[in-house]
Design a protein. Structure first.
Length: 282
């Protein structure tokens, strides 16, 4: 069932072919059972598939095809009406019914997607949260098996952040977190993953990197931070650990622990610095 749903979600051609096949099968059954048996409700299956998994234009087309299929089956089954307009009216009514169901499914899907986005985003900084970070990690790990890519996992922790809350209040502390999150997004590429794990701790996954590009990234982030005024205004800085990996370990915790250990080395050596190492995953 999961593989079937994944096929409907990922492959446009397969999804639309399946919808057409389902409509054809329903039309054949509708014709074979005759006009005395009401069968129109079953056409909601392809309509629902199109409304939930496809674009609204595809759903409209599916509704029209379902309505036309029912009408053809009804005519060929030998159903006679007292007025020639009646079957066309019934066809319009059925398409109206299909349209209402499709519209409701569109609304539900949109709300569902918005709720999923909210569940995957840190509400303060709009970065990925820890749940989204883990999902992105799993996806990137699958990609690493197909492509010869190296990765870097980074953990960042703000230095002196507790003093900001104690001195300026939590609202200013939130402001510092938001501004620092913006710096991380600015320093990282669109292909990189940036997340807030909680508190003043952040995590990144950098794609297709080496020691030179990681050093450039660290320098770029430091420069952006220095020009942001956060240190001058609030006295904060950041310590970071970056572990360069030939592939992502099976367990996300293993990768983050490697980078976390380097981050704590940076703090132990005086804070406000970055420790970078390379690790070979067996």
């Amino acid at each position: 069932m999961h593989n079937f749903e994944q096929l409907l979600t990922t492959s446009v051609l397969a999804r639309r072919f399946i919808i057409l096949v389902v409509i054809a099968i329903l039309g054949w059954i509708d014709l074979a059972t005759g006009y005395e048996y009401s069968f129109s409700v079953f056409y909601l299956l392809p309509v629902s598939m199109a409304a939930w998994y496809d674009h609204y234009k595809a759903a409209i087309l599916t509704i029209m095809v379902c309505g036309t299929t029912w009408l053809i089956a009804d005519f060929n089954a030998g159903h006679h009406y007292s007025n020639k307009i009646i079957p066309f009216w019934n066809g319009l009514v059925r398409m109206g019914f299909f349209s209402i169901v499709a519209f409701l499914l569109f609304k539900i899907r949109r709300n569902w997607n918005e709720m999923k986005k909210m569940a995957m985003k840190d509400q303060l900084t709009s970065l990925d949260n820890s749940r989204a970070f883990e999902i992105e990690y799993r996806i990137l790990r699958k990609i690493s098996f197909r492509k010869d890519l190296s990765f870097a996992v980074a953990i960042v922790d703000l230095d002196g952040f507790k003093a900001v809350n104690d001195t300026f209040g939590h609202s200013k502390g939130d402001e510092v977190l938001v501004r620092f999150a913006q710096l991380l997004k600015q320093a990282n590429r669109n292909t990189d993953v940036v997340a807030r794990l909680g508190g003043d701790e952040f995590a990144m996954i950098l794609l297709d990197v080496n020691e030179h590009t990681v050093q450039d990234y660290e320098t770029r982030l430091r420069q952006l931070f220095q020009s942001s005024g956060l240190k001058q205004s609030y006295g904060v800085d950041f310590s970071m650990g970056i572990m360069i990996l030939n592939e992502l370990p099976k367990n996300m915790e293993q990768a983050t622990q490697l980078a976390d250990r380097l981050m704590y080395q940076s703090k132990a050596q005086g804070k406000s610095q970055t420790t970078i190492q390379t690790h070979q995953v067996n």
